[in-house]
Design a protein around this ligand. Sequence first.
Ligand code: FEO
Length: 395
Amino acid sequence: MPTKELRPGIYAVGSLDRDRKLFDELIPLPDGTTYNAYLIKGSEKTALIDTVDPAKAEELFSNLKKAGITQLDYVISNHAEQDHSGSIPHVLKAFPEAMVVTNLKCKDFLKSLLMIPEEKFITRGDHEILSLGDRTLEFLIAPWVHWPETMLTYLKEDGILFSCDLFGAHLATSDLFADDDARVYESAKRYYAEIMMPFRSNIVSHLRKLQSYDIKMIAPSHGPVHAKSPFIVDAYADWVSDNVKNEVVLPFVSMHGSTRAMVDHFIDALMKRSITVKPFNMPRTDIGELAIALVDAATIILAAPTVLVGPHPTVAYAAFLANALRPKTRFASVIGSFGWGTQVIERLGGLMTNLKVEMIEPVVIKGYPTVDDLKKLDLLADAVLAKHKAAGIGI
Ligand code: FEO
């Protein structure tokens, strides 16, 4: 990523990673990602905010060179995860005078993950500052976005919030700023769903804390910079709110067509009742798309045939993911078919104990669905509608 100027003396010096297709060997990256690092020149001191994934360290150094950096005073570490911290040892080697500035918990992580010695650290607590001369950094401790040591850095004079992973997006775009782009919204929502959603209540309190700051620009550690900050702040406020939509998320799989016949009928039944339904055929699903759907949906219904008494593993995976991501979903149920015996309801229920959902009577049937079985699915659709209406959800 070529060096780009956010403001006079403030540069984006991170890297683009268009080719990365998977993060943590788990999360699909359909649009690649960026590892954002920012250079701030003050009248007396120069600071680098975060670094890049070590695989991209050369790009960081090339950008620092283009920015004319021959000396560096501080490396601010907002987050110890290696896609941002992993090049700190390289930076310290190239700029031996530089000190790492972070909070106590992050220091502990950086020492154990990257073997950075104790004497290289300066620590700061919540609301404490670091002067660069005519520019001042204030550190805001913001745990659990998405590790316990995360913090945000606010550049007071310019009103720029360097927000670490918060407000980020896995989107390798050459545009430095991309506020009103629908693609940015979708990527940011995907990022929220996959990374931030389990920490919704923490984010609520962080958003409240940020209200007292005059934020003119948000510079996250992934994706484009938000120069019109309300766009992303408003989106987050919506996602973390308790509001849900009149939607059913329906992860499913079918082996021989019985569960598929139930799913097809049930989708029609929900649509007839004006309920939006988002089906995901699990063996072919991008789990990021499933996570996005879980951000707002009122209800999740798992559709699984029985395999060795339990649910088909791909739907068990959907239940496991939903349980880990902790969406604000209010209702849940199970549908599916079995051959000779099943514990699919109990086992799927046991995989979703983190979800604060009310279970609606499942429809799990033997063999191919009969006319009576399909009527049970109509009754389940009626029950979903009634629950949504009673909760005042988008009807
Ligand atoms: Fe982008 Fe949590 O690291």
